[in-house]
Design a protein around this ligand. Structure first.
Ligand SMILES: [Fe+2]
Length: 228
């Protein structure tokens, strides 16, 4: 009898430690969004990840619900992933498919929303506005949080108004931080405290093209090993 249960989350039970070999947020699929313009660029990004100690990369191209249907996005993502997988070396980090989903009014009613979750999980990486969140955005966020088959994770929580993040923390909604945030001396203490208290489930490079994402990732991995 098969008693295995489907994986629902990559979050660790001991949430005070995050998996530093996992890049939860990356734009590496060739031509799927503005993260990589070619297979060659994607392969170089993946090699940078490997050198930074990353063993699993979550490929999270942008999904904008007001511009594209879920099915069109999934098909486009599949095509670009296939092109990449045809050329990826066997010893490269594992690539999982996900999405960075921009919050939009009413999106909790999207029928296929669960298809945007990270492969093998029920986790939806949600991008929020960079200005103070108005009431309708909060309403949508709470309705998404109430969906029983979805666990929302807030993308790059370090990039939003702190007042909004503090409210999310009080609601127990898990956060993803971009590795670069730990290099900002002014705010580092705050982010380390969020990690130590278990508010942060994941670290991401948010790599676009040859941006500093993996350089930051490597530095932050060393820093977290020292502090945690
Ligand atoms: Fe991103």
């Amino acid at each position: 009898m098969d008693i295995s249960i489907p994986m629902q989350t990559r979050m660790k039970e001991d949430s005070s430690m995050i998996d530093l070999s996992l890049d939860y947020h990356a734009h590496i699929l060739p031509g799927c969004d503005h993260g990589s313009s070619s297979v060659d660029m994607s392969l170089k990004q993946i090699n940078m990840a490997k050198e930074a100690g990353v063993q699993t990369i979550c490929a999270t191209p942008h999904f904008y619900p007001h511009k594209e249907s879920v099915s069109s996005f999934i098909e486009r993502r599949r095509q670009t992933a296939d092109i990449l997988w045809a050329q990826i070396p066997t010893n490269a980090p594992r690539v999982l498919l996900g999405a960075e989903v921009l919050i939009c009014d009413g999106m909790e009613r999207l029928k296929a929303i669960h298809e945007l979750c990270l492969e093998g999980t029920n986790e939806l990486l949600l991008e929020m506005p960079f200005y103070r969140w108005p009431a309708p955005i909060w309403d949508t966020l709470y309705r998404l949080n109430d969906l029983r088959d979805i666990q929302i994770v807030i993308a790059h929580a370090d990039r939003y108004p702190p007042e909004d993040i503090h409210q999310l923390i009080s609601e127990g909604i898990p956060l993803q931080l971009n590795a670069e945030c730990l290099r900002k001396h002014l705010h580092r203490k705050c982010y380390l405290e969020w990690i130590q208290k278990g508010y942060v489930s994941y670290l991401g490079s948010d790599i676009h093209e040859f941006g500093p994402g993996y350089h930051d990732f490597e530095k932050c991995r060393k820093l977290l090993c020292r502090y945690l």
